[in-house]
Design a protein around this ligand. Structure first.
Ligand code: HAM
Length: 421
């Protein structure tokens, strides 16, 4: 019996992988312009990092982590997201001591969540994300948001929107939390068991419950925006002012609650508005996390970041029928007629590649027609045909595929000839 890929994962095959590489390259370029430096952290971390970092009342920690015990009896977890690990590294390597703050980092790599797979939702997916740690200036929030928007824009997406909310500072959240508890407590038994636990630990998450989303108490729940204190309101207004001056449109959504516990002040998502994108429209999510560095054992250092999955980005491009410029061409396909010509090509292709040319040859002693078809499929600019007679004469027939023009070239000069084209 053959073995298939695990549920919720995918093979990215040649033909598609070029799109991934292209997107990753554009993301890198933008990070370079914005001065975010790449960081690579391990695929697995101590489970406690995510329990403390992401929050033990979140769905991610309660239901979705790939956790295992290693041979040394340590509990380890495949990272479900990147922020906690980046913050761990920031603390461990004392990046708060770097002269230039905020420390601006980006990452790209696989994340793992045991979720119910569906369109746009995988168990292994690749996140591209950035984190700016060490400044509490709304200008940094604006920069981070603009970076995410820029990536979608540069790839040609048109139908997407920025949705923004403020979760306020700790004081605002505490008074909102109190109001939520008084609102839900008298009728909490009408809610699912998860929400009953959330009431005490993190009642804000009740608003985000998938099971109870239609309950009337959710619709009438006290809104966080009515509990933002003066500082939080001023912070949020300043951010909006910056976005407006940058010409970045946004929608305010007071119900935008992110699925991770570390957020305060700014929370945002970028959603696709393309027809036929599917049920899950969030392309990117992020926000500010001013208490996270302390939670993970570092000094108080405010941070903000976002992450987006390449899977959803590519799906959005597809929904808008956007083709990425990823076609690759071959400089020359070497067509051999007979064993001796093929043997000659073993050396010639090696030398051509050393000279920087992109070339291919036939390894299956196929007929000329089949080799020509390969050259076509590989979008070869030239084919160079060698048979026993040409070999004896020391020449090779070079044909330009576009025009059909043919030339006889001295075999020793064919690489130079191709290099000049
Ligand atoms: P998140 O909202 O959990 O936030 O995930 C961010 C993005 O990752 C989502 O908007 C989506 O594009 C992608 N994503 C999440 N789960 C899946 C999945 N199962 N399949 C495919 N794509 C998925 C975070 O992870 C935070 N660490 C973001 C952040 C960084 N906040 C501050 N800094």
């Amino acid at each position: 019996m053959s073995i298939n890929i695990p549920r919720g994962t995918q093979d990215i095959l040649p033909g598609t992988v070029e799109k991934w590489q292209y997107v990753e390259q554009v993301a890198r370029e933008i990070c370079n312009q914005y001065q975010y430096k790449e960081i690579r952290t391990p695929i697995f971390e101590h489970t406690e990092l995510f329990e403390r970092g992401v929050g033990d009342t979140t769905d991610i920690v309660q239901k979705e982590m790939y956790t295992f015990t290693d041979r040394g009896e340590r509990s380890l977890t495949l990272r479900p997201e990147g922020t906690a690990a980046v913050v761990r590294s920031y603390v461990q390597h004392k990046m708060f001591g770097y002269p230039d703050q905020p420390t601006k980092l980006f990452y790209q790599g696989p994340m793992f969540r045991y979720e119910r797979p569906q369109a746009g939702r995988f168990r292994q997916f690749v996140q591209f994300g950035v984190e700016a740690i060490g400044s509490e200036d709304p200008a940094v929030d604006a920069e981070v948001i603009s970076l995410a928007m820029e990536l979608y824009k540069r790839l040609g997406l048109k139908e997407f929107k920025l949705v923004l909310n403020s979760l306020g500072d700790a004081a605002s959240r505490a008074s909102h939390k109190e109001a939520l508890v008084s609102h839900f407590e008298p009728r909490i038994e009408e809610f699912c068991s998860d929400c009953q636990t959330r009431l005490k630990k993190n009642p804000l998450r009740i608003l985000d419950c998938k099971k109870d989303r239609d309950h009337e108490l959710i619709k009438t729940a006290p809104s966080l925006k009515d509990y933002l204190n003066e500082e939080s309101t001023a912070y949020f207004e300043k951010l909006q002012h910056y976005l407006t001056t940058m010409g970045i449109d946004y929608e305010l959504d007071p119900n935008l609650v992110r699925g991770l516990d570390y957020y305060n002040h700014t929370a945002f998502e970028i959603m696709s508005s393309a027809d036929g994108f599917g049920a899950i429209t969030t392309l990117c999510g992020g926000g500010r996390y001013n208490g996270l560095v302390e939670e993970i054992g570092g000094p108080s250092s405010p941070g903000i970041g976002f992450a987006l999955s390449i899977e959803r980005l590519l799906a959005a491009l597809e929904a808008e029928s956007i083709e990425l410029p990823v076609t690759s061409v071959l400089d020359c396909y070497f067509i051999s007629m007979g064993e001796k010509a093929k043997e000659h090509f073993v050396k010639l292709t090696y030398q051509a590649r050393q000279q920087g040319l992109k070339v291919e040859m036939d390894y299956k002693s196929r007929k000329m027609k089949a080799q020509l078809k390969s050259a076509d499929r590989l979008q070869a600019k030239y084919v160079a045909i060698l048979g026993e007679d040409e070999l004896a004469e020391g020449i090779i027939l070079v044909k330009k595929m576009e025009s059909g023009n043919q030339e006889k070239i001295e075999l020793d000069h064919v690489i130079d000839y191709l290099k000049k084209q």
